[in-house]
Design a protein around this ligand. Structure first.
Ligand SMILES: [Fe+2]
Ligand SMILES: [Fe+2]
Length: 258
């Protein structure tokens, strides 16, 4: 299947099965012209709900209660489904990006689909289905700021996914502390994959940026100013995770101190 058709099918999907469509053989012979989805189709039971204060995630000290851990895991499953859609969005929006970049996005998309599945499986073990709780469209609000592959990378990989290098282990250790080792193991898998996703973004930032800009200056240059730098961090800064992702010492230091 052509990548373009695959991305269209994912964003136009009205079943979870179609959202998680994973063709064995993908080709990219005809990426076509740029197409920017404003909002995707969704299965009716996974449609978007406007979130308010009442949807705030439970505090870490409340993770003892299973329903609070479920609320967290479901929210993260929602982020994974959004990440699936963001990769599909980029594949359609940036048809003339380098082939290797597009191939990397397609591989990341498949990993995000797998993440949806493993959250779904864990939620089922805890007695919750994906349709039991609401989903938000958080990442879709940012697509208007993703005009180029570089602005996509800076928002998606080097901000939202970068923050997950802090959040995933933080939630994982909290779940473990509250006796939920299976959910903690799941967070560990997500953390490991997120390191490679951030690494992918950083690699392409360096490949596509102007040689006159440092990695961090290029990040700042291509990141829309409406997005605060603090969105690239969680509550506990994981320097080692960023080192594992291959970020330069200067980049890590500037993010840490910003
Ligand atoms: Fe993911
Ligand atoms: Fe990711």
């Amino acid at each position: 299947m052509e990548i373009r058709e695959w991305a269209f099918r994912i964003l136009g999907a009205t079943t979870l099965e179609e959202k998680l469509l994973n063709p064995k053989n993908l080709t990219d012979l005809d990426p076509g012209s740029s197409y920017r989805f404003k909002t995707p189709s969704r299965p009716s039971d996974l449609s978007f709900t406007p979130f308010s204060k009442k949807h705030k995630l439970p505090a870490f000290h409340e993770h003892e209660k299973i329903e609070n851990r479920i609320a967290c895991l479901h929210r993260f499953a929602g982020h994974e489904l959004l990440a699936v859609e963001m990769m599909a969005f980029a594949l359609l929006a940036f048809p003339s990006a380098p082939k290797h970049f597009r191939k990397g996005l397609a591989n990341t998309l498949k990993e995000e689909q797998w993440h949806v599945k493993i959250y779904q499986d864990r939620l089922l073990e805890l007695g919750c289905t994906l349709s039991d709780l609401p989903f938000n469209d958080r990442f879709w609000k940012l697509t208007k700021l993703m005009d180029t592959p570089l602005s996509f990378i800076t928002i998606m990989h080097l901000t939202l996914e970068m923050a997950n290098l802090d959040f995933a282990p933080h939630y994982g250790s909290s779940f473990k502390r509250h006796g939920d080792t299976l959910s903690a193991k799941l967070m560990e898998k997500i953390y490991q994959d997120e390191i490679s996703h951030v690494s992918f973004g950083y690699h392409w930032l360096n490949k596509l940026k102007s040689p006159n800009l440092s990695d961090f200056d290029a990040y700042l240059f291509h990141l829309d100013p409406s997005i605060p730098l603090k969105r690239s961090k969680g509550f506990i800064f994981q320097k080692e995770a960023r080192e594992l992702a291959g970020l330069s010492d200067e980049f890590i230091k500037k993010i840490q101190t910003s």
